[in-house]
Ligand binder design. Structure first.
Ligand code: MN
Length: 425
């Protein structure tokens, strides 16, 4: 299914009057604040958030999974679904593939399909947290850190193969999330596991094309419950620094213990030029994978405050943005529309933070004013700017309502069936 442009424009014209009133009020407010609405529109238009190929199906927990029907059955159908999102919000123009869940058998035709929908290929993700039917050795006790050389070599070869798939698609980064670790004290030797991981990564790094990045993700617990080989940003940063310029850290918002100051991590990694990728989601307890902005929109703004400052100080910084969430209850496409909206809202708010006043407040230790500046931005309703940006690009003024009024899910269920299951989950 593709979004019918005539229907979309019909829908926009119904919303046009109300939108114009709101946009006129906001753009005047922005002018008064000394922010140039056109500059903001240009920045928002350029901002694309990759959709992972595994997010188009219903997520589950280890206890169960409740599918909603019409899930994409193939990589082609996943890309078509992202095409629908992108046609509506104009900010989902990239896909992040997971190998081996989504092996592009015919790279040429997959590339053609994606480009016909204005979609690019973001980072490719390897998987050594599951055994595949055709692999000789098991990852039960780890992969890149494994005590056995044969297992490590198998995991290394898999990562190199993922790079090769990515090259054929025009991807420019490999994301490694390592599930390796131990669940019981004494099970693993921390030093050996770290050293093995460093050596394995070195071998994978040697296979990276010159214009590629290696993104190293970290996570404090799960699937292992006593130790993870790459538990935190410090370990990720050490590994990346030892590898070289092409290796960078990846921050996943859900991969921190409760109350961790993620914005500070982001600021420091950007300061040393080692933030390479970002996975958005929201959580209350841990790696909950909830809709971005559903619980902590203010934290998201504080994170974007650091990201925007980092990007302004270093315009060369090139961070990969991706949503990494899972959807138990909602239609995954609706959830992704909400997530992208929340990300752009935080970005737009961070762009209007009065940095001059904030810096002055910080320099003079005016704590009250520093808070005022941040909250002034957070409490500014930037939704009309997002809508105007989409309207100018030919997208939907209100993506979610268009999605619903076009009965997209009903069409997908009709085409794919109520029991269709997305690969990989
Ligand atoms: Mn992630």
């Amino acid at each position: 299914m593709r979004i019918d442009q005539n229907q979309l424009q019909d829908h926009n014209s119904k919303n046009q009057e109300q939108h114009q009133t709101r946009w006129a009020a906001l753009s005047k407010d922005l002018d008064d604040k000394g922010c140039d609405p056109d500059q903001l529109l240009a920045k928002l238009s350029a901002f694309q958030v990759a959709i992972p190929s595994w997010a188009l199906g219903t997520g589950g927990t280890r206890f169960g999974r409740f599918t909603g029907g019409g899930e994409p059955r193939t990589l082609e159908e996943k890309i078509e679904d992202i095409g629908i999102l992108h046609a509506l919000n104009k900010s989902s123009g990239a896909v992040s593939l997971h190998i081996p869940w989504d092996i592009p058998e015919d790279a040429q035709s997959i590339r053609q399909l994606a480009s016909s929908l204005d979609i690019e290929f973001d980072a490719v993700n390897s998987n050594t947290f599951q055994d595949q039917h055709d692999t000789q050795h098991s990852y039960k006790f780890g992969s890149l850190s494994h005590t056995s050389e044969e297992v490590r070599q198998q995991a290394i070869a898999h990562n190199k193969e993922v790079i090769d798939y990515g090259v054929r698609l025009g991807s420019k980064a490999l994301t490694i999330w390592l599930a390796d670790g131990s669940s019981f004290p004494g099970q693993s030797n921390f030093r050996k596991a770290y050293a093995n991981t460093q050596d394995s990564l070195k071998s994978i790094y040697s296979h990276l094309p010159g214009d590629w990045k290696m993104l190293i993700e970290y996570k404090p617990y799960e699937p292992n419950f006593y130790s993870m080989v790459i538990p935190d940003w410090g370990t990720s940063h050490m590994l990346a620094s030892n590898l070289g310029d092409k290796a960078l850290s990846l921050v996943d918002l859900g991969h921190h213990l409760p109350n961790t100051n993620i914005e500070q991590i982001v600021a420091i990694l950007m300061h040393v030029g080692k933030l390479g990728g970002f996975h958005f989601n929201d959580s209350k307890y841990g790696d909950d994978d909830l809709t971005v902005g559903s619980l902590k929109p203010y934290q998201l703004l504080l994170i974007f405050n650091e990201l925007v400052e980092g990007m302004e100080l270093n315009p060369e910084s090139n961070v990969s943005w991706m949503i990494d969430a899972s959807h138990n209850f909602k239609d995954p496409m609706e959830d992704l529309l909400q997530s992208v909206e929340a990300i752009k809202l935080a970005y737009a708010q961070a762009l209007i933070i009065d940095r001059l006043t904030l810096t002055k407040a910080q320099e003079s230790n005016d704590v009250t004013m520093a808070q005022e500046v941040l909250q002034e931005a957070f409490r500014t309703d930037m939704r009309p700017l997002l809508a105007e940006s989409r309207r100018q690009l030919g997208g939907a003024i209100d993506p979610l309502s268009v999605y619903r009024s076009m009965s997209v899910r009903k069409h997908l269920v009709k085409a794919r069936g109520i029991k269709s299951i997305s690969t990989g989950l």
